[in-house]
Design a protein around this ligand. Structure first.
Ligand SMILES: Nc1ncnc2c1ncn2[C@@H]1O[C@H](COP(=O)(O)OP(=O)(O)O)[C@@H](O)[C@H]1O
Ligand SMILES: [Mg+2]
Length: 450
């Protein structure tokens, strides 16, 4: 397409930031950990400002709170050589990125700068309002219920913990139990049209490993990854999480089925804790100030289906939970606000049973409404036989188990090898929703214990 000089000039002008007409300065008066205190300016919550170092470098900061005439600022990146009385000015607003299909297959940081060396994405000043990176919360009456299953390509989940389009699910596990691998498999295998992956608070090398190994080229094609590793400022980690929700909502509103995978909700809560504490909020349980819980709820509530669109926004959040630690307030809170949880169990992972899903402890609250009655019945039967087997499994190697006394227990023992291989799945194996249901039927359909 040949562009005239006029068109090229307009495009270039649109990409330039708008300088403020009048520049006024505040002054830096205190630095306390990550919190900077400034006075003397007009400081608005959530707005970006810049603070000048002794060498004349301007660092981006954001207002996170204020008290009387003092504003509390937090840097977005590492800051050096600040000094008492340093100038603080309003930052010029960079044009926001336009959300559309160009973002698919790309990896961004929390501020939507591409970090995958595939080139820049044009930022536009003038664009369609619907594409602005802003989110409006769904009103309760605007929510559309969860009525259809979403194929995630994992047999155990499809058949026993069916994910519904629009559901919010927690993936609870300690570290190294297979969360990232499972998320990678879902990204590659799901039938969703678009997958948004938010990597929040992971170690830097984990981000690279996830993108290159768990996701691979195939997974990345229909995905958008936003990564904000552990060494990012807490503000950026929070932004990455929120941004991922805005992206997912945009594609949902384009009538697409979106799967949002966020690793992890706990790190998001920890970033909110850092911010809350640094503006002087009082810590409550495990150091989390009360605002963290409402932020968590707001984030989770921003996903789901909308009456306005035929699309759907399903979200899976990982939550760090070591063993049966019921004391962790974030895991507790997440259980309450999500519509189901899948628990990964270290003892299964240690046996090489992947995905290491703890059948007894996991639940999908929407499943009874979205699957065929047969599948539900077979699912309950499998869970029952599995738990019965666990009651006697230690007796079997000792020769202390006597068959013939309890037909249900016998069925559980006989079927266990089949059930176990049904629950396991290798990293490159994709099992569709219909195949999962058929295979469940093949094992459970012939069981007769009543
Ligand atoms: N489905 C799987 N098949 C085989 N190995 C797996 C599977 N899932 C996880 N693993 C093993 O577990 C390790 C940790 O998994 P990972 O997903 O990185 O854990 P987490 O994200 O919970 O810390 C992997 O490096 C891999 O060796
Ligand atoms: Mg991981």
């Amino acid at each position: 397409m040949i562009q005239t000089l006029h068109e090229r000039l307009i495009k270039a002008a649109n990409e330039l930031p708008t300088p403020p007409l009048l520049q006024s300065y505040g002054r830096l008066v205190r630095v306390n950990g990550l919190t900077l205190t400034a006075i003397g300016g007009l400081f608005a919550m959530g707005r970006k400002y810049q603070v000048e170092s002794i060498d004349g470098v301007w660092y981006d900061v954001e207002v996170i709170g204020f008290h009387e005439k003092e504003a509390y600022l937090m840097p977005l990146n590492k800051v050096e050589d600040l000094y008492a009385g340093a100038r603080v000015r309003v930052a010029t607003q960079a044009p926001s990125i336009c959300i559309d299909e160009r973002l698919l297959g790309r990896v961004f940081d929390a501020q939507m700068n591409p970090i995958d060396l595939l080139g820049n994405i044009t930022r536009e000043k003038e664009h369609n309002q619907t594409k602005l990176v802003k989110s409006t919360p769904l009103s309760p009456l605007d929510r559309r219920g969860v009525t259809e299953p979403l194929d995630v390509g994992i047999r155990a989940i499809n058949s026993l913990f069916t994910v519904g389009k629009g559901q919010r699910l927690g993936l609870f596990a300690g570290s190294g139990v297979g969360k990232s691998k499972l998320l990678g498999m879902m990204t590659r295998f799901t039938s969703a049209d678009v997958v948004i992956v938010a990597l929040v608070g992971e170690r830097g090398w984990e981000v690279k490993e996830f993108i290159e190994q768990s996701l691979g080229k195939q997974g990345l094609k229909k995905a958008i990854v936003i990564a904000s590793p552990a060494d990012d400022s807490p503000l950026l980690r929070v932004k990455a999480a929120e941004q991922s929700h805005k992206l997912a909502a945009y594609f949902r509103d384009q009538n697409l089925n979106v799967l949002l995978l966020m690793d992890s909700l706990t790190r998001y809560a920890q970033a909110q804790r850092e911010i809350g504490l640094s503006v002087g909020e009082l810590p409550a349980s495990k150091g989390y100030p009360p605002s963290v819980y409402s932020k968590l709820t707001q984030l989770v509530e921003s996903s789901g289906n909308s009456e306005q669109s035929q699309g759907s926004m399903t979200a899976i959040y990982t939550v760090l939970a070591e063993g049966d630690d019921q004391q962790d307030p974030i895991a507790d809170n997440a259980r309450a606000i999500l519509d189901g949880h899948i628990v990964l169990d270290r003892s299964l992972a240690e046996k090489g049973h992947y995905p290491a899903i703890n059948i007894g402890a996991s639940i999908s609250r929407v499943m009874p409404n979205i699957v065929e009655p047969d599948q539900l019945q077979h699912c309950y039967l499998l869970k029952k036989l599995y738990s019965r087997y666990l009651q006697v499994h230690e007796l079997i190697p000792l020769g202390a188990y006597q068959a013939g006394k309890d037909p249900e227990m016998d069925a559980a023992v006989n079927l266990y090898p089949q059930i176990e291989s049904f629950l396991c799945q290798t990293l490159n194996e994709k099992i569709s929703f219909s195949d999962s249901a058929i295979q469940l039927q093949q094992i459970m359909g012939k069981v007769n214990v009543s």
